[in-house]
Design a protein around this ligand. Structure first.
Ligand code: PLP
Length: 423
């Protein structure tokens, strides 16, 4: 039976047998015992499901993988040590030296660094596009060595909403995998597979855990990408000599997830820990409820800020005048999430004064947990940039990023009000 997202949040990923723990226990063991050599051989040959070493699979991690895969409507999940590990493993599963990624430029700064600085050192190029550019312009970046088209459902910190159909049209036409970072929307607000994505990536450290307790990442395989016979992906169609000559495209399901785990997780070891999987699994129980509240709180805060005389501009797709309002209505009709950015009138000093005057809302580099928090990039994460460089990076010096929590909206607004009075 196909359950709704709210039900999958609390029931997905784990079903105990009679007499077993009702919620997944923390399997705090690196290794697993088998009586028969053949049982273990079958696991190595992927002929049986099970566990032999926690770097590759673990029961607690599997419960969380199952929950996120079910929430997204995919066929398999891979729990990773962080969101960055999930994106790195995704890139390495399909790219080698000489290949390229075609990516939106409106993405999280850490992912931008990975694509723009680190992967090129290994011979993997990234061609960035402005997500507002027309399809024909973006399409020109795709060539025979393009292995991945990449974007974020809701970009951090520019809060741009991805035009899924534009990008999936290009991906389908050229037979390229389309991967989407769905961290800030979550499957409660947007399900990228329904809009043509092939892979979904999460930093589960954000809303999925939701309590700022556990770092983690997840890759979800949609299971529908046609790897078989696709000349763009020889590594899926040729025998993997490091894995008994397995041809991933010949597998009945989850070719991407199987290659990612059998090759990349094996070699790089960026596995989610059982403890973090447990905390994230628990957090995700309330994801649907929390996203509803994050979205409605952010909508109220955005409307309040937009009407405030000391505020220059506000970016949140719930605002009718926002450039991404129509895309958000199409792809995220249930709510636009808790992240917003705004500019305070005046210079960098006014923004800093505002931040320090906040009493309830705290300054943090983290986003997307239950507590409201703010960051002023120009005086923290982007402080090395000049005013002109900040503008170019799409982070004006007066930009404040606000992650709206699930506190009473009146209290969040009252805190903003008293801090703005001091500017
Ligand atoms: N993707 C997005 C949209 C993010 O906001 C972040 C972190 O802030 C990441 C990926 C990276 O995740 P992690 O910090 O878990 O490595």
């Amino acid at each position: 039976m196909a359950y709704k997202t709210d039900t999958i949040c609390v029931q997905g990923g784990y079903r105990p047998k009679s007499g077993e723990e009702r919620i997944p226990p923390i399997s705090q063991s690196t290794t697993y015992f088998y009586e028969k050599t053949q049982d273990m051989a079958d696991l190595f040959d992927l002929k049986a499901d099970g566990y032999f070493y926690t770097r590759l699979a673990n029961p607690t991690v599997a419960a969380f993988e199952g929950k996120v895969a079910a929430l997204e409507g995919g066929v398999a999940g891979i729990g990773c040590s962080s969101g960055m590990a999930a994106t790195t493993l995704t890139a390495f599963t399909v790219c080698g030296a000489g290949d390229n990624i075609v990516s939106s430029s409106a993405i999280y700064g850490g992912t931008f660094n990975l694509f723009a600085v680190t992967l090129p050192k290994l011979g993997i190029e990234t061609r960035f596009f402005d997500p507002d550019a027309p399809a024909e312009e973006i399409e020109k970046l795709v060539d025979g060595r393009t292995k991945l088209i990449f974007g974020e459902t809701v970009a951090n910190p520019s809060i741009k909403v991805l035009d899924f159909e534009k990008l999936s049209g290009i991906a389908k036409k050229h037979g390229v995998l389309f991967a989407v970072d769905n961290t800030l929307a979550t499957p409660v607000l947007c399900r990228p597979f329904e809009w043509g994505a092939d892979l979904v990536i999460h930093s589960t450290s954000k809303y999925m855990d939701g309590h700022a307790a556990a770092l983690g990442g997840m890759i979800v395989d949609g299971g529908k990408f046609p790897f078989k016979g696709n000349p763009r992906y020889p590594s899926f169609n040729e025998p993997d000599e490091s894995y008994h000559g397995l041809v991933y495209a010949d597998l009945p399901a989850a070719a991407f997830a199987t290659k990612c785990r059998a090759q990349m997780m094996r070699d790089m070891g960026a596995m989610m820990s059982p403890q973090n999987a447990f905390l994230s699994w628990l957090g995700a129980d309330t994801l649907a409820l929390r996203m509803e509240r994050h979205s409605s709180n952010a909508q109220k805060v955005a409307a309040y800020l937009a009407a405030h005389p000391k505020i220059d501009w506000v970016w949140h797709a719930s605002l009718p005048g926002n450039k991404y309002h129509a895309l958000a209505e199409k792809y995220m009709p249930k709510g636009q999430g808790g992240m917003l950015s705004f500019g305070i009138k005046g210079d960098v000093k006014q923004a800093a004064r505002f931040m320090e005057a906040l009493q309830l809302i705290t300054q943090e580099t983290h986003v997307a947990d239950v507590r409201s928090c703010v960051l002023h990039p120009a005086s923290t994460t982007h402080r090395q940039l000049t005013k002109a460089e900040l503008e170019e990076a799409g982070v004006p010096e007066n930009l404040v990023r606000l992650s709206v929590g699930i506190e009473a909206p009146e209290d969040i607004i009252a805190d903003l009000e008293q801090a703005l009075a001091k500017v």
